[in-house]
Write a protein that binds this ligand. Structure first.
Ligand SMILES: Cc1cc2nc3c(=O)[nH]c(=O)nc-3n(C[C@H](O)[C@H](O)[C@H](O)COP(=O)(O)OP(=O)(O)OC[C@H]3O[C@@H](n4cnc5c(N)ncnc54)[C@H](O)[C@@H]3O)c2cc1C
Length: 448
């Protein structure tokens, strides 16, 4: 019987194990250095904010693994010997495999800043990071101010976490406007305002120069490239993540920024595969990046590889891009491709509507030549995934999207709806005369 060994018990490794078990009785071992049991990384912030206990982030009961004959090993893999098909762990023990899957996720970026390894300087990725933050910043008496470096999704989460305990936060963002490498200008500007309204000291167009130590090797201030010194007790490094693959350096497995894989998630070495944040496609699929550090793509890779390992070869084929996140209390969803000004394609045109007073907006991208719908971003309005997926597959044009926009709205009943205003602005901007159709459950159920 094949022994499948998975390094990493995150969403990708665990999805793979569950699906292999559904399909076969192969021997499965999952190794992780982080936690005994799988937990939801995306929920870590809610533990610090007091909305849930750490146990509540574990989707499966502890007995689940034994009942499903999935062996769990708590240990750190230091070396992979592909010729001998053997792993060497930090405690000196070794584990043999028939098939090896690398699902080791990411680690926070550190760019060689002076002081980056001082006490009080930390990332936000792991369970250990959460525990460290609890020590470093239990309240605003121990932590008078935190400085967060790097304006992405994890940075804003960390700011929200610290603000929930009324800890003053300075947020250093290299870009001239928040996340404007990803978001179109109107949306990015709205999030700038939202951050400031939450009493976060957002400093745009500002880089970290160095972190200054006190006499005990603890961070006591940062210096920015604007020459400002900001006193603080905690420095959060949230300037992106990189695949967690240092231990593979001498393994013979082809590495780029991540572990190089083909569409079947195979590496250059027979019987060795990689999935999740640490996997790097030789070429990105469509407009996707070669490394996709998001939750659902890790899950999809796990599902696809389980089929392959159970003799039903299946390519990783993620379909239309979508994602969702939260900027403080504003929900964000994206379907298809809506590029920022920086990465916009020549043929891409945007329609943008923003509510006059609230943090609600929508941007629709379409082809300026044939008006084909390319993608949509919404903030503060919930949309139905299946409908946009279908419209993208059917190559609908933007007039169709505007006409049937009410079908796509997923906000709970009695929420105020904005399709009327959105379509009126579209008509005015593009000299059209679209009359939005009433929501039809028949149409919605025919898609869902
Ligand atoms: C704070 C935060 C919030 C996020 N929010 C979102 C969100 O809202 N939406 C979204 O799509 N994505 C979000 N993400 C990203 C998402 O969590 C990741 O894409 C996903 O968890 C990656 O899963 P994975 O299985 O590839 O790796 P991971 O979850 O990183 O799991 C890998 C595991 O392998 C272990 N490991 C690594 N090396 C070794 C080794 N040598 N030996 C043994 N064990 C090892 C690691 O310790 C880790 O436990 C968030 C990430 C963070 C940090």
């Amino acid at each position: 019987m094949d022994h499948i060994v998975i390094i990493g018990n995150g969403i990708s490794g665990v999805t793979l194990a569950r699906h292999i078990r559904k399909l076969s009785d192969k021997k499965i071992t999952i190794i992780s250095a982080e936690s005994d049991y799988f937990f939801s990384r995306t929920a870590l912030m809610y533990v610090y904010m007091g909305h849930m206990k750490f146990e509540h982030t574990q989707p499966y009961e502890n007995w689940f693994w034994k009942k499903n004959s999935i062996d769990l090993v708590n240990g750190f893999v230091e070396k992979v010997e592909t010729d001998a098909k053997k792993l060497v762990l930090k405690d000196g023990s070794s584990i043999s495999y028939d098939k090896l899957v690398i699902a080791t996720g990411s680690k926070p970026n550190k760019f060689g800043w002076s002081g980056q390894d001082l006490n009080g300087v930390q990332g936000l990725y792991s369970k250990q990071d959460l525990e460290l933050l609890e020590k470093n910043a239990p309240n605003n008496k121990v932590c008078n101010r935190a400085v967060i470096v790097g304006g992405g999704l994890i940075g804003i989460e960390m700011a929200e976490m610290l603000r929930s305990r009324e800890i003053p936060v300075t947020f250093l963002v290299r870009e001239k406007s928040f996340w404007n490498g990803v978001l179109p200008a109107g949306e990015s500007a709205m999030i700038n305002e939202h951050i400031l309204e939450h009493h976060i000291d957002l400093q745009l167009d500002t880089n970290l120069e160095k972190i200054i130590s006190d006499d005990n090797g603890r961070a006591k201030a940062v210096v920015t490239d604007k020459g400002e010194t900001i006193e603080c007790n905690v420095v959060g490094l949230t300037a992106g993540v990189t695949p967690n693959i240092d231990f593979l350096k001498d393994s013979g497995i082809e590495l780029g920024r991540g572990v190089k894989v083909n569409r079947f998630l195979e590496t250059n070495v027979k019987d060795v595969f990689a999935i999740g944040d640490c996997a790097e496609q030789h070429e990105g699929i469509g407009s996707r990046r070669p490394i996709e550090a998001v939750w659902y793509t890790g899950r999809m890779m796990g599902e696809a590889l389980a089929q392959t390992l159970c003799n039903k070869p299946r390519k990783y084929a993620p379909g239309h891009w979508f994602n969702s996140a939260k900027f403080l209390d504003v929900e964000y969803q994206t379907y298809g491709w809506v590029f920022s000004e920086r990465s916009k394609k020549d043929n891409e045109q945007h329609f943008h509507w923003r509510h006059p007073s609230e943090k609600i907006c929508i941007t629709v991208a379409f082809d300026k030549d044939n008006h084909q719908f390319l993608g949509l971003n919404t903030f503060g309005i919930r949309m139905r995934h299946e409908i946009f997926d279908q419209w993208l597959t059917e190559n609908r044009d933007i007039d169709h999207v505007m006409t049937y926009l009410r079908d796509a709205n997923f906000d709970p009943e009695f929420y105020k709806l904005y399709e009327e205003e959105i379509v009126a602005k579209y008509n005015a901007d593009f000299n059209k005369n679209i009359i939005p159709k009433k929501k039809s459950w028949k149409r919605i159920f025919s898609i869902a």
